[in-house]
Design a protein around this ligand. Structure first.
Ligand code: MG
Length: 162
């Protein structure tokens, strides 16, 4: 059986503010600041959704989940990503692997990485060995380093029978 492959890239940035929970990859992270956004501002799940949409040729999450749509207000991003996965799978695609980078000056994400990876693996219907998660600081420069924002990036590879 021959397979075709597509690669997709996703990126997301949200501002850090007081009075918001910090949710990364669907996991609540203990921190004094949280990410500001129309939805729950989960940068990890947003960049994964964009990477999958990109790989399958379906545009971006702004087109599918407009922030002007009241239905998307405080949207649980696990639902958003589940919808994107369903769309991509409906066209016969399955995930080969995903590689994710979270840029956060603080807090240390190491204690949460296993839970984050497990959640992503469930949402993407892929075994954990196909999911890689990296955390980087901002080296105290730029918006990430000054703790003004967090960013995340993901690349995904998808495949389907030709
Ligand atoms: Mg976002």
């Amino acid at each position: 059986m021959s397979l075709e492959y597509r690669i997709g890239l996703g990126h997301d940035t949200h501002r850090l503010v007081e009075g918001r929970p910090l949710i990364l990859a669907g996991i609540r992270i203990e921190h004094e600041l949280g990410l500001l956004g129309h939805s729950d501002a989960d940068i990890v799940l947003h960049c994964l959704a964009d990477a999958l949409l990109g790989a399958a040729g379906f545009g971006d999450i702004g087109e599918h989940f407009p922030d002007t749509d009241p239905a998307c207000k405080d949207l649980d991003s696990t639902r958003l990503l589940a919808d994107v996965v369903a769309l991509v799978e409906s066209r016969g695609w399955t995930l080969v692997n995903a590689d994710i980078i979270v840029h956060a000056q603080v807090p240390k994400l190491l204690p949460y990485k296993a839970a984050m990876k497990s959640k992503v693996s469930q949402l993407l219907h892929a075994s954990e060995d196909r999911i890689n998660l990296k955390a980087k600081t901002g080296e105290r420069v730029g918006p990430v380093g000054r703790r003004e924002a967090m960013q995340a990036e993901a690349v995904v590879l998808i495949q389907r029978p030709i």
